[in-house]
Design a protein around this ligand. Sequence first.
Ligand code: PLP
Length: 393
Amino acid sequence: MISSVLPTYNRAPLAFVRGAGSWLETADGTRYLDLGAGIAVNALGHAAPELVETLTQQAGKLWHVSNLYQIPEQQALADMLVEKTFADTVFFTNSGTEAAELAFKMARKYHYAKGHPERVEFIAFEGAFHGRSTAAIAASGSEKMVKGFGPLMPGFHQVPFGDLDAVKALVGDTTAAIILEPIQGEGGIRPAPDAFLKALRELCDETGTLLIFDEVQCGMGRTGRLFAHEWAGVTPDIMMVAKGIGGGFPLGAVLATENAASGMVAGTHGSTYGGNPLGCAVGARVMQIVSDPAFLAAVNAKGGFLRQKLEGLVAAHLDIFEGVRGQGLMLGLKCKVAPTDVVAAAYDQHLLTVPAADNVLRLLPALDISDADMAEAVARLDAAATALEPKQA
Ligand SMILES: *Cc1c(COP(=O)(O)O)cnc(C)c1O
């Protein structure tokens, strides 16, 4: 008999009843060290006091009003994002998938409004993940996400990640935009080289193509910059944000330049819940904390600390691990065994990690995780790897 919750997830037999910082607790009081952070969502850990304060204060005042009215909390968060990024304008959503939908619509509408209705195609990359709407699965092209769901939304093409020649061969006068994650998350913590991002920007400028960055996972301080593309010094025309921006409250956004957003006039897009006062109040508090240069410097230092410890772990378990990759606190351990086996062995050590494609184990801790908790996590990974090693004769 089907479970009352639609069985689209292979869930671990673990249920948590409370959390604090980087720790989660089950009903019987067992504590788990969380290096997944709800897949890069709990940017400030669980039950961060500042966010609890903001959320409860706002909850006592106003949760929801329609976008038919001014929403000062939404305005304040948009102003902060515009001030701190390339963007001139922001639309709020409740998820990354909804942000992807608007990014695609905005790109097509841009060309339509400029007199080029034929520019409707998107170039995306193998290993990409942009969400699970019909357009987002067409963009990723991944077999397990598209198979059986009928005709794919037309206009999406995939080329190998990092393959500039393949992009150049495909880009043409029907291309609307190129979309990519500056660091692929689900694809296995695969960073796009800076030179590749620069070359894509140049190609887009030459051909009048829009560049869309999906920073749903790698953005909001995760890599030690507010947004990952800042490392390469390359800005997009449109950017998708979600996950970390709400610190655990469902919130997403599309950021865009004035030019890229020029087709989106009144009546062309909307959302009932997007930009509600409760979510935006929390998002503004997250932004205030995460965009502080001192906070971002600390993320860099923590990332360096964890990476160094992980290099040591790899050297100690060369039959289990192959290497470390990623940036800041978006790190991947390339495995020689199935990463799901490492995740399971880590559960035995009461440590939470996340598998990804390309045989990678993802480590996406809270951005304010302590050095002591990182050291403890690596000790637990060490024990997990030891348990997986073939017994010596
Ligand atoms: C998680 C994710 C999405 C989808 O976000 P949802 O909030 O799950 O809809 C899109 N792009 C990237 C890069 C992601 O990591």
